[in-house]
Design a protein around this ligand. Structure first.
Ligand code: FEO
Ligand code: CA
Ligand code: CA
Ligand code: CA
Length: 655
């Protein structure tokens, strides 16, 4: 396989694969224009029957009256930092809980991490993966609302093979591929409070589990058994090995975890010289992103296995309470480069899932279930995400928006256009969304639903340096800046405060940037502490919105971001709009993953890829050149890790 290209495609550069001619809205709004006046009708409705979609919060709502008053931020903000450590405000403690290579805690199989990366592939398969990302907390036992003992499900997005193996990618071989495949996916760990404000991973634990790129996963929903899902190894098209590039996440009120497959195209190659339109639309090319799996595992060579790529790009549902349960790819939610999958329940009981497709000029989607959530029968909810309607968003210049249904047979989604059935529609969701004229966004990342205002939704649009460039879409009302290096956060209020509604009103919550920027389009309109390239986004149970940044390592503290230091996390109360910096991370990292205990007194976040160089591949001869986090002087290499944060006085985080 030596003819395969060895060029490395940067993970953080989201290339453009959307050539569709959807109408681009040309009238640029003044982004400071607020549409709050249009939304008065929804706030009254918001007070009736308000509840959030997070498992912990729903459980909480049933037992504890939670704070509906507007919260107040009580911490002193931290400054920009280039220190190789996690910095939190005075009065807070941040401790590492679970780093790459730590054993998950499977009984009898708990190999310790070796700082020289000499753990085998089999050992890696029972240890924490690399590049921690989305994450959720589930109180134990199932259905409990406590804040001292629970499960954490943690995504492991991708690998830095320069750190993962002795000698990095030198002498590339099947064992190294197997180890890389074991280092992605999901961990489920049992965690408990130690009594002194700290937390520990419970080992061994009957819940401990690793799901990786070779774990059997069921295919459910409209693409199950579809011709495009069948392979030689799975002639029925009903089971796929593995999930990978697990970026952000979701959590259902019935206590399951949703993990989302994002840059999966990067592990495939098709160097036959004949890429299909479908492959091109999803970014598949003749060269992979530098993972080199196809060199040794021909499953990822599309010339040999043309349908294998169709089996990735989905949302996967996992029951963290049953380590023997088989995860399922929920194909009704569409196939794209899934960032996250944020669940809320409409007043009618229908489950609504909001999802971003993170690439330049891609779309925002939502799914509304056909059946309703049954709070009394967990099992009855386990197939709730298999039937329903997938929609894609159109943001109109007048501040309204529509959810356009991706339904076979409607609006041009017919056989003569390449959509023979609903399976085709979900497998080719991007192409279907093109037909409907969805709005091309500046890289949709995480989506957060206000816990006390049903139907009020926020989405981070991280950045898009291609906006307005020659031959590319120009600014529009919802993506108003050319060369959008700092990104923005868009907000919408569903009509009637109903998440299942077919229309909404929207506005731009904030344009990120820095007031001292040279160019007007980079100044933004942030009230409070400056930031850009926001990505992670989640409300806590009190209505504080937490924002995490992912400035790529080719840009962080350089160029337009010079002087802004390492990646960071901020808090904002939407009603006041003031951003306050809460945390800065070590060198070369992204801050991502947010989970809270129901009492909001413990917060979990992830430090992804500390020490990452600008080409995202560490030099195996100098693994600690950029960072020694979290192990300090003893570090053989930096490690992604889950960090647990609490207040010294035991108080609510952020207060
Ligand atoms: Fe994996 Fe779009 O971040
Ligand atoms: Ca992300
Ligand atoms: Ca990102
Ligand atoms: Ca990242």
């Amino acid at each position: 396989m030596s003819q395969k290209s060895q060029l490395f495609k940067h993970h953080g550069v989201e290339e453009v694969t959307n050539p569709s001619a959807n109408p681009a809205l040309s009238d640029v709004l003044d982004a400071r224009f607020s549409r709050r006046t249009l939304l008065k009708g929804s706030s009254a409705a918001a007070l009736a029957g308000a509840f959030s979609g997070t498992f912990a919060t729903l459980a909480e709502a049933a037992s504890v009256p939670f704070n509906r008053k507007m919260p107040v931020l009580g911490f002193k903000p931290v400054g920009f930092s280039t220190e190789d450590r996690v910095i939190v405000p005075e009065g807070y403690v941040a401790e590492v809980l679970y780093a790459w290579g730590d054993p998950v805690g499977i009984p009898g199989r708990m190999p310790a991490f070796r700082q020289d990366a000499s753990n085998t592939a089999d050992e890696q398969a029972v240890q924490a993966g690399m590049h921690h990302d989305g994450m959720a907390y589930f109180p134990l036992p199932l259905g409990a609302t406590g804040s001292k003992h629970g499960l954490l499900a943690v995504n492991h997005e991708y690998t830095d093979d320069g750190l993962l193996h002795v000698g990095g990618m030198n002498n590339w071989n099947a064992d190294k591929v197997k180890k890389a495949q074991a280092a992605v996916g999901v961990s489920v760990i049992e965690v408990e409070a130690t009594g002194k404000g700290g937390w520990r991973v419970v080992r061994p634990s009957k819940y401990a589990r690793r799901i990786h790129a070779n774990t059997p996963i069921a295919i459910q929903g409209p693409a199950r058994g579809h011709a495009l899902m069948k392979t030689e190894a799975d002639p029925q098209g009903v089971e796929v090995l593995g999930t990978l590039q697990n970026c952000a996440n979701g959590q259902t009120p019935w206590g399951t975890y949703l993990t989302c497959e994002e840059n999966w195209d990067g592990v495939f190659i098709n160097d036959s010289g004949a890429l299909s339109d479908l492959e091109k639309r999803y970014g598949i090319s003749a060269k992979d992103a530098g993972y080199k799996w196809a060199w040794e595992d021909f499953r990822f060579d599309l010339q040999l296995n043309p349908n294998e790529a169709n089996r990735f790009g989905w949302v996967v549902e996992i029951d963290p309470f049953d380590p023997k349960s088989k995860p399922a790819k929920r194909t009704a939610l569409g196939r794209f480069k899934h960032e996250g999958a944020t669940v809320t329940i409409a007043p009618s009981g229908h489950a609504v899932v909001y999802m971003g497709d993170d690439q330049r000029f891609e779309y925002i989607y939502k799914f509304v279930s056909k059946n309703t959530y049954n709070p009394k029968n967990r099992k009855a909810n386990m197939s709730l995400l298999d039937e329903g309607t997938l929609y894609v968003a159109r943001f109109d210049a007048d501040g309204s928006g529509r959810w356009l249904p991706l339904v076979h047979g409607q609006n041009g989604l017919t056989a003569d256009k390449g959509f023979a059935d609903q399976g085709d529609v979900v497998i080719k969701a991007r192409l279907a969304a093109d037909v409907l004229g969805a709005t091309k966004m500046d890289r949709p990342e995480w989506i957060a639903v206000h816990p006390h205002k049903p139907g009020e939704v926020y989405c981070t649009l991280t950045n898009n340096s291609e906006r307005g460039k020659e031959g590319k879409p120009g600014p529009d009302a919802a993506n108003p800046r050319p060369n959008n290096l700092f990104g923005h956060i868009i907000r919408w209020n569903e009509n009637g405060a109903d998440p299942a509604a077919s229309g909404f009103k929207w506005d731009i919550f904030v344009l990120a940037g820095r007031p001292d920027a040279e160019k007007a389009e980079h100044k933004g309109n942030i009230k409070g502490d400056a930031f850009g390239s926001q990505d992670g986004l989640k409300f806590d149970n009190n209505g504080v919105l937490w924002v995490q940044t992912d400035v790529s390592t080719s840009t962080v503290n350089m160029k337009e971001y010079k002087g802004m230091g390492n990646n960071q996390m901020l808090a904002v109360i939407p009603e006041t709009g003031e951003f306050r910096r809460f945390l800065t991370g070590p060198n070369g990292c992204e801050i991502t993953g947010i989970a809270f205990t129901p009492d909001n007194r413990t917060m979990f976040i992830n430090i992804q890829h500390p020490g990452e160089p600008s080409d995202e591949r560490s030099d195996p001869s100098k693994p600690t050149a950029i960072s020694r986090w979290p192990d300090g002087p003893a570090a053989g290499r930096p490690r992604s890790g889950t960090v647990v944060i609490h207040k010294l006085d035991g108080g609510v985080i952020g207060s």
